[in-house]
Design a protein around this ligand. Structure first.
Ligand SMILES: Cc1cc2nc3c(=O)[nH]c(=O)nc-3n(C[C@H](O)[C@H](O)[C@H](O)COP(=O)(O)OP(=O)(O)OC[C@H]3O[C@@H](n4cnc5c(N)ncnc54)[C@H](O)[C@@H]3O)c2cc1C
Length: 388
């Protein structure tokens, strides 16, 4: 395979697939090397805020995605102290008519991205093709049997590209476990079926609940402290395990009823990458969780991977020869790091606020009520109004 104007992407997650489409739209040939033999998205739901949905729409994916996504009107913040509502934020915004807030099943998003990739003549997706060996030369980079003008490591928090190119940077365990599960919307009593996003704040735990798959399924994520499991994704969990964190003494009946309706709990230890760090050297750059895995409390991990993809394509698209690619990758990193670092920090802070206990939780709920929906909503504007 010739290397000229060919980019190899390691990893066919949401970041890698979006980057492939964005780069191909700028005239590059793209080879995606994915270690899995079959692309089946584990996990459950995903919130895609306007900064991310706008990019997917620009890539022409709206017709397929819109039929599968739920477009919620509100985020309701609930408190376990009383079982009641603290504040309700509106997600409808006349300031961004071009970009909805979407709730999607990960499998649906991946399916839509894959369909677009498979019908693109300039994108070659290779499964069962783990990236292992990387050898950089002055004007190309060799990845196993492939030669390319640049390599993008979009291979997740346990990135092999990062381990080869920047071995000193390692993911850290956050001390938190995400429990994820789904249930049929019809299995919940009508008064408990959420139509928008519900965020429940409680002592040392929080719960996020929302509809997806055109409203037929409900996604649940419960965040609690826990021990690190072996690196990687998904170990099954039982009701007894999760009930330890959502006891009757601390959590109201309505939140517990939603937890009880979910029967396929899995747990993900949350590993994060340090803020900033090194994302680029020569013809290699990182994207998505490989660069900046973060705690999911701003619901922006995939959003940032999608933004990375758009900015990467923009920077590389401005070059006219392969010689300019290393400088373009440096520009991509410089453009992305300040914003991603700010999101990483905000996500951590939100987790701390959600998990407050006792008088601090009372103070939090009071301050949120006093601030009111408009001022709380405005704190997200810098994230949602972003454009590449
Ligand atoms: C509980 C939870 C809830 C979340 N909710 C949200 C949300 O609501 N909104 C949001 O925006 N984000 C959310 N996120 C974050 C989001 O899931 C991730 O940030 C996003 O999926 C990262 O995508 P990625 O493509 O960078 O990496 P990944 O999805 O990890 O994809 C990496 C790919 O690389 C492949 N790979 C790995 N090693 C190799 C190798 N050596 N060679 C080739 N391929 C390889 C893997 O098989 C995989 O396909 C959440 C995360 C969690 C844990």
């Amino acid at each position: 395979m010739t290397s000229s104007r060919t980019i190899v992407i390691a990893g066919a997650g949401i970041g890698g697939l979006t980057a492939a489409l964005a780069l191909a739209a700028r005239g590059f040939r793209v080879t995606i090397l994915e270690k899995a033999e079959l692309l089946e998205e584990v996990g459950a739901g995903l919130q895609l805020s306007p900064n991310a949905s706008r990019i997917l729409i620009d890539l022409g994916l709206a017709p397929r995605l819109a039929t599968k996504a739920v477009t919620p009107e509100t985020v309701t913040i609930m408190t376990a102290r009383s079982g009641g509502e603290v504040v309700r934020l509106s997600l409808a915004s006349p300031a961004r008519p071009d970009a909805p807030y979407w709730l999607v099943h990960r499998a649906d998003l991946q399916g839509v991205l894959l369909a677009a990739i498979q019908s693109h003549p300039d994108i070659d997706l290779r499964l069962a093709a783990p990236v292992q060996d990387i050898a950089a030369a002055a004007d190309t980079i060799r990845i196993g049997d492939f030669e390319a003008a640049a390599l993008i490591g979009a291979d997740g928090a346990w990135s092999a590209v990062r381990a080869k190119a920047f071995p000193a940077i390692q993911p850290q365990f956050s001390g938190l476990i995400a429990w994820r599960g789904t249930c049929d919307a019809a299995s919940l009593p009508p008064d408990l079926r959420p139509t928008g996003v519900q965020l429940w704040m409680g002592p040392r735990a929080h719960l996020v609940v929302y509809p997806m798959s055109a409203g037929t399924r409900i996604n649940m994520v419960a965040i609690v402290p826990g021990e690190a499991l072996a690196p990687g994704w998904n170990a099954p969990g039982t009701h007894d395990d999760i009930n330890l964190h959502f006891s009757r003494a601390r959590w109201p009946a309505n939140a517990r009823a939603m937890i009880a309706a979910t029967d396929n709990w899995g747990r993900w230890p949350l590993y994060t990458m340090p803020d900033g760090g090194v994302w680029h050297r020569g013809r290699v750059a990182l994207l998505g969780d490989a660069a900046h895995a973060m705690v999911p409390f701003a619901a922006q991990g995939a959003g940032m991977a999608i933004e990375d993809a758009a900015v990467l394509a923009q920077c590389l698209g401005e070059t006219t020869s392969d010689d300019e690619l290393p400088a373009a990758l440096a520009r991509y990193t410089a453009l992305r790091q300040p914003r991603v670092t700010r999101v990483q920090r905000m996500a951590r802070q939100q987790g701390q606020i959600y998990h407050l206990r006792g008088p601090m939780a009372f103070a939090r709920d009071t301050v949120m009520r006093l601030l009111g929906p408009n001022r709380l909503q405005a704190r997200q504007d810098w994230i949602y109004h972003w454009r590449p």
